[in-house]
Design a protein around this ligand. Structure first.
Ligand SMILES: Cc1cc2nc3c(=O)[nH]c(=O)nc-3n(C[C@H](O)[C@H](O)[C@H](O)COP(=O)(O)OP(=O)(O)OC[C@H]3O[C@@H](n4cnc5c(N)ncnc54)[C@H](O)[C@@H]3O)c2cc1C
Length: 362
């Protein structure tokens, strides 16, 4: 790397923590600066569904690598496992059957286990689920969900154990430049930290159940997802972005938020009922469960629902990873690894479709 000196990573979400870990593990002097604590933003609120199924090959590959890193966390961090391989079930209707089948075929070639199930095979695997509208189900037995808060903190601790400096409760107020190249960041308390390169991974700061919902679940027709949580609880949500990587315009909360600090992270009862009702025809038994007050989490959406990752045009030494559009936890560990390589080695083909310059070109 230029001057052989150090890197600052802003934001200790899953991407920033992983980038810091991979930089430190490859011998780079790196400082991770976080305004609250690791997983203090969306990473800590994430439902953290894990799957390899994406219509875009690069997202599948990052998700496959992301799972590998998450699964290897016990060796990396010396801590326990943060992944629950409960299996991931997807369903789609006639419209998407052909494209989903060919994506599943491709993903099998990329090394992930993904089975295509007929409606009857789906019915056998999911007793109690209605078959309405289902043309095809996809089953990913190695996937499921992660403990997003635990995994992100474990990676940040592993980075620290490899020599990274981790600064918590430290708000980056602005970037510092010398001419047209980055030279560091200024913190809210006036401290200026110097570095040759800065990575911005800072987005907004934020029993019976098992029988009813026996796996992690994504429904492309109803635009909802769910997974069993701890004892007797199902974590259920609807998506605006996320899922296959394509936005659902009709989703309940796809609204713009001017000030992330004012975002309402609670969920009113009426909204919880609305979400539950999206499951009513598919999994009628969910309607019989009570509602535990939930939460909402803000995430950053890019204009095309794809992450924005790469070198910032016009400012030497400045890199960004943002806009993961509601599906960036599973890819986060691998994005962090690829960003570490981008900083130390140069362009990474897997990140090419996510380059910030695509917006400039448009
Ligand atoms: C409710 C919800 C459900 C989700 N479900 C899934 C899912 O099932 N599967 C999936 O793959 N993804 C899911 N996502 C999306 C996923 O969680 C995010 O895409 C991912 O966690 C983003 O990680 P990140 O590291 O890029 O950023 P973040 O987690 O946003 O981390 C950025 C960090 O930067 C810090 N920061 C911001 N500004 C500053 C500053 N000025 N100075 C210092 N620090 C700063 C923040 O405090 C934060 O800790 C979900 C998200 C939410 C909110």
């Amino acid at each position: 790397m230029r001057n052989g000196s150090d890197v600052i990573v802003v934001g200790a979400g899953i991407v920033g923590s992983s980038a810091t870990y991979h930089l430190a593990a490859s011998g780079v002097t790196v400082t991770l600066v976080e305004q609250t604590h690791p997983a203090g933003g969306p990473s800590g609120k994430s439902s953290a569904l894990l799957h390899a199924f994406y219509l875009m090959p690069e997202l599948s590959q990052l998700a496959i690598r992301g799972r590998e890193i998450l699964v290897s966390l016990p060796e990396i961090s010396g801590e326990g496992s943060f992944v629950t391989e409960i299996g991931m079930m997807w369903v789609c209707g006639n419209d998407n059957e052909a494209s989903w089948k060919s994506a599943a075929e491709r993903i099998r070639g990329e090394g992930a286990l993904i089975e295509t199930l007929s409606p009857q095979a789906f019915a056998d695997a999911a007793p109690g689920f209605a078959l309405d509208n289902v043309a095809l189900a996809l089953w990913e037995p190695e996937y499921g969900y992660a403990d997003a808060f635990g995994a992100t903190n474990a990676i940040a601790r592993a980075a620290k154990a490899r020599g990274a400096r981790v600064m918590q409760n430290s708000l980056v107020e602005r970037l510092v430049k010398e001419g047209d190249r980055i030279s560091g960041v200024a913190l809210a308390d006036g401290t200026v930290l110097k570095a040759d390169a800065v990575v911005l991974a800072a987005s907004p700061g934020a029993g019976k159940a098992r029988q009813v919902m026996p796996f992690a679940w994504c429904d492309d027709i109803s635009c909802n997802y769910a997974r069993p949580d701890n004892d007797g609880v199902i974590l259920a949500g609807t998506w605006a972005g996320g899922g296959t990587g394509v936005r659902h315009e009709q989703a309940g909360r796809p609204r713009f938020v001017d000030n992330p600090d004012d975002y309402m992270e609670g969920v009113e009862e009426a909204e919880s009922v609305e979400i539950l009702e999206t499951f009513a025809t598919r999994v009628p038994a969910m309607a019989d469960l009570g509602i535990r007050p939930g939460y909402a989490g803000l995430y950053d959406m890019s204009p095309d629902d794809l992450p924005v990752i790469g070198a910032m045009p016009g400012v030497d030494g400045l890199f960004v990873s943002a806009g993961s559009s509601g599906h960036g936890f599973k890819t986060g560990p691998a994005v962090g690894e690829a960003v570490a390589r981008l900083v130390t080695e140069g362009a990474q083909p897997i990140l090419a479709p996510f380059s910030p310059s695509r917006f400039k070109a448009a």
